[in-house]
Ligand binder design. Structure first.
Ligand code: PLP
Length: 462
């Protein structure tokens, strides 16, 4: 039997097929906006793919290219404006292939030095955008969820380390209604309770709302409170909490201040909105997702810490088999020590390469373009009679309603545009004065989206 690692004629052909596909896909700026099929339909189309003897690289790849890839939505389509889309640069996608090909273990400097070096340069840029002090640093994670988890575990460990009595308590977090679902999920993972502060007129978490919530806590709950999670650009509406005011409250109350800027973090590089993030430099930890608004391929998140020692206290794994990594001579930056994963892909490498190639100014321009598209959409919506803005754009999110539509109309409209391969724009909900309404939402990331794309989509609602 032939070895799986041998290079033979089949392997060469398969390699060429894959490289050709990759080059074509990367060069295609308007891939078909495919829609999913049911699993049983796909099974009927492709048959058994895992067999005793293998079906061969050529056939397996052909199945992927001709059938399966066409049953998945490309996130970088310029009229994909749903959820938080993505638009990885060609450079970053290509270097993602290199990241795999280079086969580097990203947990410890001892084995990963050259790759970790790349990540660290990209991380320095992220840290510089936040204004955190000089000793602050961070690591790349699988995404915002893992970054949030790593940060709140660090916060909780710090809280328990400072006062042993806290070991007896279940932790308590405070966040806002606009916080991302992952904050709620990760609170569950660490078995902490979570208080969602009621929305105020500004639809954001403010110092006043936070202070009132803390004041209302029972004595025991006040003891259990270990962190505040603010949002630097809510996923639904792009709203940035009052970071400056919250920072002050956290400082007075001596609780950890985490800023979840998974989506909005890219906008730290945009001078036109940077002032909205004032106060983020006071955070104890920050989440940013380069795979959202920093044009990295999936998956790439980042967690930044004011004090890396606290992260190491929480996350550094101990094991007889790991001692060697920490010996003298192997010393260097060990990403495994600062987040929940041990073995890890060097997810920051594609971002580093793309930044190195294009320079940070190109990033600023591409992010400003997303903000500009949101302003343009708002203007078009204001000028049309069948649609209406729900609120001014928050970063690159635009919420608007189609006058006279019921929730089911939005759903039908979404499916029609999706199934015809024209656009993917999904409805969301928005609450005003306690009343929840189904509305439409744009989220702009891709700088190749045009003003004409926006007007064409708005026309499908008329
Ligand atoms: C997307 C998002 C997350 C979750 O990030 P993943 O990369 O999907 O795990 C967390 N917080 C906010 C604000 C987000 O927008």
């Amino acid at each position: 039997m032939k070895s799986m690692h041998a290079i033979d004629i089949d392997t060469v052909e398969m390699t060429l097929d894959i490289m050709k596909y990759a080059i074509n896909r990367i060069s295609n700026t308007t891939p078909d906006l495919a829609s999913p099929k049911q699993e049983k339909e796909l099974l009927a189309l492709v048959g058994d793919t895992i067999t005793d003897d293998g079906i061969g690289g050529e056939k397996a790849f052909q199945i992927f290219r001709d059938v399966l890839a066409k049953a998945a939505v490309p996130v970088d389509h310029p009229r994909h404006l749903a959820f938080v889309p993505a638009a990885p640069t060609r450079a970053a996608v290509l270097f993602d292939l290199v990241t795999s090909a280079a086969s580097i273990h990203g947990a410890y400097w001892m084995t990963g030095a050259g790759g970790i070096f790349c990540e660290n340069r990209a991380m320095e840029w992220l840290v510089s955008l936040t204004g955190l002090p000089k000793d602050a640093f961070g690591v790349f994670t699988s995404g915002g969820t893992a970054a949030n988890l790593s940060a709140i575990v660090t916060a909780r460990e710090d809280w328990r380390t400072k006062n042993e009595e806290n070991n007896a308590f279940k932790g308590l977090l405070i966040t806002s209604h606009g916080a991302h679902s992952s904050v709620k999920s990760m609170a569950k993972v660490i078995d902490a309770d979570l208080i969602l502060v009621e929305d105020d007129e500004e639809d954001k978490l403010t110092a006043k709302g936070l202070q009132a919530t803390i004041k209302n806590l029972s004595e025991i709950d006040r003891k259990r409170l270990f962190a505040i999670v603010a949002t630097g650009g809510t996923t639904n509406a792009g709203i940035i909490d009052d970071l400056q005011g919250i920072a002050k409250v956290c400082n007075e109350e001596k609780v950890w201040f985490h800023v979840d800027a998974a989506y909005g973090g890219g906008a730290l590089a945009a001078p036109s909105v940077r002032h909205l993030f004032k106060g983020i430099e006071k955070a104890d930890s920050i989440t940013i997702d380069p795979h959202k608004w920093m044009f990295s391929p999936y998956d790439c998140g980042a967690v930044l810490y004011r004090d890396m020692k606290l992260a190491a206290n929480a996350h550094s794994q101990k094991g007889a088999y790991l001692d060697i990594f920490k010996d003298q001579g192997a010393q260097g930056f060990n990403p495994a020590d600062y987040q929940i994963q041990l073995t890890r892909r060097l997810r920051g490498m594609p971002l580093w390469f793309s930044l190195a190639m294009h320079g940070t100014k190109t990033y600023t321009k591409a992010i400003e373009r997303g903000l500009e598209l949101a302003q343009n959409a708002a203007k078009q919506i204001t000028e049309l009679s069948h649609v209406e803005l729900v609120r001014e754009p928050g970063l690159s999110c635009v919420l608007y309603r189609r006058l006279g539509w019921q929730p089911k109309d939005y759903v039908e409209w979404t499916y029609q545009n999706h199934q015809s391969g024209f656009a993917l724009v999904t409805p969301t909900k928005w609450t005003t004065n306690g009343k929840s309404e189904t509305i439409a939402r744009f989220c702009f990331i891709n700088p190749d989206t045009t003003e004409d794309d926006i007007s064409a989509i708005l026309k499908t609602m008329s």
